[in-house]
Design a protein around this ligand. Structure first.
Ligand code: AMP
Length: 191
């Protein structure tokens, strides 16, 4: 099994790079943001619980997120490993993920953190908002709130993995294929 956390602020390119990584390494993509958006489209209870938090750019409560991830991991019995994208976003989520991996007889191998400055992120997100119609990507104030949430609540997650020697910072600016090469070189050097 190969289990990777792709980490970084909103707009860092986690979704784009995940799509390429799952193909190369035959992994299962687990994006909590994508799962929530699917629940919202389907009008499920979970979608209703998440929507208000997402629209404001705040985090969905840990218990809701962790329950959803547990279900997804337990259903993917034939998976060769996971790329976690947008999860964990709090230390409580990271602790829950460690427990879940352990129950599965597995572990998180590494956290790859895409490093991009905020002005570049803002530009990318506003552009994505125009194309995708994502409400949370269209309003600069909401985007700034997501950056603040990331800085306050999510960056401690990187320290959590750094303490175990599992954190690798990757320059996230430049050509998509170059960034992908930086990621794969790091993965291949560790595996
Ligand atoms: P994303 O697509 O990863 O940018 O996530 C979009 C929104 O979904 C976030 O702004 C949060 O409101 C919510 N969300 C996604 N993943 C998580 C998570 N791991 N913990 C809490 N909220 C999340």
């Amino acid at each position: 099994m190969l289990n990777i956390i792709l980490f970084g602020p909103p707009g860092a390119g986690k979704g784009t790079q995940s799509e390429k990584l799952i193909k190369k390494y035959n992994l299962t993509h687990l994006s909590t943001g994508d799962l929530f958006r699917k629940h919202i489209t389907e009008g499920s209870d979970l979608g209703h619980q998440a929507q208000e938090f997402m629209d404001a750019g705040n985090l969905v409560p840990d218990s809701v997120v962790i329950g959803m991830v547990e279900e997804k991991v337990k259903n993917e019995t034939n998976s060769e490993g996971f790329i976690f994208d947008g999860f964990p976003r709090t230390v409580a989520q990271a602790e829950a993920l460690d427990r879940l991996m352990q129950e599965n007889g597995s572990a998180i191998d590494m956290m790859l953190s895409l490093v991009v400055d905020e002005e570049e992120l803002l530009k990318r997100l506003l552009n994505r908002g125009k194309i995708s119609g994502r409400v949370d990507d269209q309003n600069p104030e909401k985007i700034r709130n997501r950056f603040a949430v990331y800085n306050n609540e999510t960056t401690p997650v990187a320290e959590f993995y750094s303490a175990n020697g599992k954190l690798f910072n990757i320059e996230g600016v430049g050509d998509i294929d170059h960034i992908f090469s930086r990621l794969t070189e790091t993965i291949d050097a560790i595996v």
